[in-house]
Design a protein around this ligand. Structure first.
Ligand code: SF4
Ligand code: SF4
Length: 168
């Protein structure tokens, strides 16, 4: 039986019940949601590209102006419990999506591992995978950068490596 007094907040609280500090800490810092996405005009299907938003720090995988992101980037989506439920393009690894779906966080999430680098070590973050930022390429080239990996979990992301298991 789960002990709700000691279980971590993401297992016991819904997205709505989290306070602002819990909510912010839930982001794994992968940067996947900050990749440019293209929408098919006919089918409305969303495709990821390996092009980063112009505010994305490609190494740190974080927004370079998080407090002012909506003022700077018109189509930056502010995640809320409602938007997490409404948008269908959040990566399967996204912690908000996992919690909303009643699932646990993976071993590489910093709230589990205690280390903000494990999201990079597991190959989940966009570090080393961003081909360019959106202001570095002409718009007509974006279509050549469509990729599927942001909607997949990389090999090794599912199972905690032996060294991590030993740490408990
Ligand atoms: S995909 Fe989810 S967990 Fe990853 S950076 Fe975006 S909001 Fe955070
Ligand atoms: S403005 Fe910041 S948070 Fe929004 S998509 Fe761009 S990099 Fe990501």
């Amino acid at each position: 039986m789960a002990d709700t007094d000691t279980a971590p907040f993401w297992r016991t609280k819904s997205l709505e019940e989290m306070d602002s500090s819990e909510w912010e800490s839930l982001c794994d810092g992968c940067g996947r949601c900050c990749l440019v996405k293209l929408q098919d005009e006919d089918t409305e299907a969303i495709a990821y590209t390996d092009i980063g938003c112009k505010l994305l720090d490609e190494f740190g995988c974080r927004c370079r102006d998080y407090p002012n992101r909506q003022a700077q980037i018109e189509d930056c989506v502010r995640l809320t419990p409602e938007t997490v439920r409404a948008i269908d393009w959040l990566p399967p690894s996204c912690a908000y999506r996992l919690v909303e779906e009643g699932r646990d966080l993976y071993w590489w999430h910093h709230l589990v591992s205690g280390d903000r680098d494990t999201v990079h070590a597991a190959g989940v973050s966009v570090r080393g995978k961003v081909a360019a930022l959106e202001d570095e390429l002409p718009l007509e080239d974006f279509v050549d950068h469509m990729v599927r990996w942001p909607l997949r979990l990389p090999r090794g992301a599912m199972q905690r490596p032996a060294a991590q298991r030993r740490k408990g």
